[in-house]
Design a protein around this ligand. Structure first.
Ligand code: GDP
Ligand code: MG
Length: 618
C-alpha cells in the first residue's frame, strides 16, 4: 500500500517535471498532465489572509509581503516532510541552490516574479516552484495565487482586475483542483470573493475547503459559528477557522511556532469555539488537506496512468513519423547513414526488378528504340550501285580484282557497320537516362531520407556519379562489340554465297560461264550482286547486334547499378571523420527542435509512469 508521503511526493515530482517542460495547463493539445494532477489552490480577496494561511501551514515566514498585488505569478509550494532538524528550501529555477534563510526565499520569489513580469506589475501564469523541506510540515502541494481585487491601483493597467480573475479561474476551474477558499471573518461571508468564485466553478462544493481567517478581529459580541458550523454557507467539507498573526505580531517578529501555539490557545480558551477547538487552526487545516489530497490522488491514479499511456503512444507515433534522434557518436552516425543508403537502394532495386514502375522502360529501349534506330540507318545509300562502284574501284586501284573484290567487300562492310555505333550509343544513353530517373524517384520515395537534405543530395550525387561510370564502361563494351564485327568477318557466310547460283533473272549467262564476267569487273550486274551480298551480311550482323548490344548494356549498366550503385560511396564514407558524418546528417533545425521537445516530453511521461509504478505497488 502506498503511503501518503509517497503519493504526494509522486504528484510533487510530476508537477516539477511539468514545469520544466513548460506544461502548466491551458495547453491546446488536449488535457495536459499538469491538469490531470490534483492540486490545492489558495483563493481569496486581497488581504484576506492567504499568505498568512500558507505560511502557517508551512510554519515559516517566506512569502513576499507589501501593499498592492505582491503575488503576481502562481507559486507552486511543495512541502516535503523530512527527518532531522534542519529545514531548507529550493527553487526549481535554481536547483543547485539551497536556501536556509527564509528571508532570502522571500527575496528570491520577488526577484523571480519580476524576471518574467518585469517591474511593470503585470501578472503571468508561469508558476514559480518552491519546495520546502522541513520536519514541521506535512506533505502537501499548495498553489498561491494573486488576490482577487476590485480596482486597479498605483499605475496598474485597468485590465488587471480581469486578468487576475481569469488566471485564478484557470486554476480553480480544473476539476482536479482543490480550492482553499479564504474569507476573512470580519467581513460578511455573502461578500466573499473566494466563496463567490468557488461556487461558480464548484457548485456542489465537493472540492472546496472553506477557511475563515481573522476570527480574532470580529466585532465584540459577534461570532462566526453560523459559518463554521455550516449554516451560513454549506460545503461538503467542514469549515476551518484560523487565527493568523496580526500585523502587529508580524511587526514584533512573533515567530511561527509561537503564533501556532497562540492560535491553539485562542480556540481552546474561546467560550464560543471551545467545542470546535480540535477541528480548528492551521495545523488541523494542514492535516485535513493532506488527508484529502491523498484520497484524491488515490482516486486519480488510474486516470493519470491512462492519460500518461495515451500521451506516450501519441508521442511515439509522432516521433516515428518525424524520425528518431540520431546518436552522437561516429559509429551510430555511420550506422544511420548506411541504413538510409540501404533503404534507398532497396527502393531503387524494386524499381528495376518490378514492384515499383520504371524498370520496364529499359526493356522498351531494347525492344523498340534500338531496332527502330537501326532500321533508319542510311544503309541503302551506302550500298547503292553508285557507291558500291565507287568503293570497289577505289579499293581495286590500278589493278582490277581478279575474282572477287576482297578489299572492296571489306571496305563496304566496314563502312556499313560503322553506322551501328549511333544506335548503340543512343541505347546506352537512353538506359542511362532511365536509370538516372529511377535514382531521382527512389530518392524522393525514401521517406526516411526526407529529414536529411544533405545526405539526400549526397546519395543522389554518388548514385549519379556511379551511373556515369557505368555508362562509360558500357560505351566501351558496346563499341567494342561493333568493332569486333568489323575486324573479323564470318567467312562461312561468303563461302555459302559462292555455292549459290546467280539469282539475277537478267543474267543470260549459264552459271558456269564465269569467264564472261571476268572480262568486265565493273558491270552493273556484278556490282549489284556485290551490293546485295554486303547488304545480306550487314543484315545478319545487325540481327546479331540487336541481340548482343542489350546484353552488354544490361551487364555494364543495369546489373552494375543493381549490384554496386553506392559501393564507391560506402568506401568514401567509411574513411570519413565523425565531424563529416555529422554534417551529412544535418537536419532541418526546426525539425530537430520539434523532435527534441517531443523526446523530452516522452522522457517526462515515461519517468512519471515509472514513478507511479514504483509507488502504486508499494
Ligand atoms: P493576503 O493578501 O491574502 O495574502 O493577506 P495576508 O496574509 O498578507 O494578510 C493581510 C493582513 O492581514 C496582514 O497584515 C496580516 O497580518 C493580517 N492577518 C491575516 N490573517 C489574520 C488573522 O487571522 N488575524 C489577524 N489579526 N490578522 C490577520
Ligand atoms: Mg498575499
Amino acid at each position: 500500500m502506498a503511503t501518503m508521503e509517497s503519493l504526494i511526493g509522486l504528484v510533487n515530482n510530476i508537477q516539477r517535471a511539468c514545469t520544466v517542460l513548460g506544461d502548466h495547463g491551458g495547453g491546446s493539445e488536449g488535457m495536459s498532465l499538469w491538469e490531470a494532477l490534483p492540486s490545492v489552490a489558495v483563493v481569496g480577496g486581497q488581504s484576506s489572509g492567504k499568505s498568512s494561511v500558507l505560511e502557517s501551514i508551512v510554519g515559516r515566514d517566506f512569502l513576499p509581503r507589501g501593499s498592492g498585488i505582491v503575488t503576481r505569478r502562481p507559486l507552486v509550494l511543495q512541502l516535503h516532510k523530512i527527518e532531522g532538524q534542519s529545514e531548507y528550501a529550493e527553487f526549481l529555477h535554481a536547483p543547485k541552490k539551497r536556501f536556509n534563510d527564509f528571508a532570502a526565499v522571500r527575496k528570491e520569489i520577488a526577484d523571480e516574479t519580476d524576471r518574467i513580469t518585469g517591474k511593470s506589475k503585470q501578472i503571468s501564469n508561469v508558476p514559480i516552484h518552491l519546495s520546502v523541506y522541513s520536519p514541521q510540515v506535512v506533505d502537501l502541494t499548495l498553489i498561491d495565487l494573486p488576490g482577487l481585487t476590485k480596482v486597479a491601483v498605483e499605475g496598474q493597467p485597468d485590465s488587471i482586475v480581469q486578468d487576475i480573475e481569469m488566471m485564478v479561474r484557470s486554476y480553480v476551474e480544473k476539476p482536479n483542483c482543490i480550492i482553499l477558499a479564504i474569507s476573512p471573518a470580519n467581513q460578511d461571508i455573502a461578500t466573499s470573493d473566494a466563496i463567490k468564485l468557488a461556487r461558480e466553478v464548484d457548485p456542489t462544493g465537493e472540492r472546496t475547503f472553506g477557511v475563515l481567517t481573522k476570527l480574532d478581529l470580529m466585532d465584540q459580541g459577534t461570532n462566526a459559528l453560523d459559518v463554521l458550523e455550516g449554516r451560513a454557507y454549506r460545503l461538503v467539507h467542514p469549515w476551518v477557522g484560523i487565527v493568523n498573526r496580526s500585523q502587529a505580531d508580524i511587526n514584533k517578529n512573533v515567530d511561527m511556532s509561537n503564533a501556532r501555539r497562540k492560535e491553539q490557545e485562542y480556540f481552546q480558551s474561546s467560550p464560543e469555539y471551545g467545542h470546535l477547538a480540535h477541528k480548528m487552526g492551521s495545523e488541523y487545516l494542514a492535516k485535513l488537506l493532506s488527508k484529502h489530497l491523498e484520497t484524491v490522488i488515490r482516486q486519480r491514479i488510474p486516470s493519470i496512468i491512462t492519460l500518461i499511456n495515451k500521451a506516450i503512444d501519441e508521442l511515439n507515433a509522432e516521433l516515428d513519423r518525424i524520425g528518431r534522434p540520431v546518436g552522437v557518436d561516429g559509429g551510430a552516425q555511420l550506422y544511420t547513414i548506411l541504413e538510409l543508403c540501404r533503404a534507398f537502394d532497396r527502393i531503387f532495386k524494386e524499381h528495376l526488378d518490378g514492384g515499383r514502375p520504371g524498370g520496364d522502360r529499359i526493356y522498351a529501349v531494347f525492344d523498340h528504340q534500338l531496332p527502330a534506330a537501326m532500321k533508319k540507318l542510311p544503309l541503302d545509300r551506302h550500298l547503292s550501285l553508285s557507291n558500291v562502284k565507287k568503293v570497289i574501284c577505289e579499293a581495286d586501284g590500278y589493278q582490277p580484282h581478279l575474282i572477287a573484290p576482297e578489299q572492296g567487300y571489306r571496305r563496304l562492310i566496314d563502312g556499313s557497320l560503322g553506322y551501328f555505333k549511333g544506335p548503340a550509343e543512343a541505347s546506352i544513353d537512353a538506359v542511362h537516362f532511365v536509370l538516372k530517373e529511377l535514382v531521382r524517384k527512389s530518392i524522393a520515395e525514401t521517406q526516411e531520407l526526407k529529414r536529411f537534405p544533405s545526405l539526400q543530395s549526397d546519395i543522389a550525387a554518388a548514385a549519379n556519379d556511379a551511373l556515369e561510370r557505368f555508362r562509360d564502361e558500357s560505351r566501351k563494351a558496346v563499341l567494342r562489340l561493333v568493332e569486333m564485327e568489323s575486324t573479323y568477318l564470318t567467312v562461312e557466310f561468303f563461302r555459302k554465297l559462292q555455292m549459290e547460283p546467280e539469282k539475277n533473272p537478267n543474267n543470260t549467262n549459264p552459271p558456269n560461264s564465269n569467264s564472261n564476267q571476268n572480262v568486265d569487273r565493273y558491270t552493273d550486274n556484278h556490282l549489284r550482286r556485290i551490293g546485295s551480298n554486303v547488304t545480306a551480311y550487314v543484315n545478319m550482323v545487325c540481327e546479331t547486334l540487336k541481340l548482343t548490344i542489350p546484353k552488354a548494356v544490361v551487364y555494364c549498366q543495369v546489373l552494375q547499378a543493381k549490384r554496386a550503385l553506392l559501393n564507391h560511396f560506402y568506401a568514401q564514407i567509411g574513411r570519413r571523420e565523425k565531424a563529416q558524418l555529422g554534417k551529412m546528417l544535418d537536419e532541418d533545425p526546426s525539425l530537430m527542435e520539434r523532435r527534441e521537445a517531443l523526446s523530452r516530453r516522452l522522457e517526462l511521461y515515461k519517468s512519471a509512469r515509472d514513478e507511479i509504478d514504483s509507488v502504486a505497488w508499494k
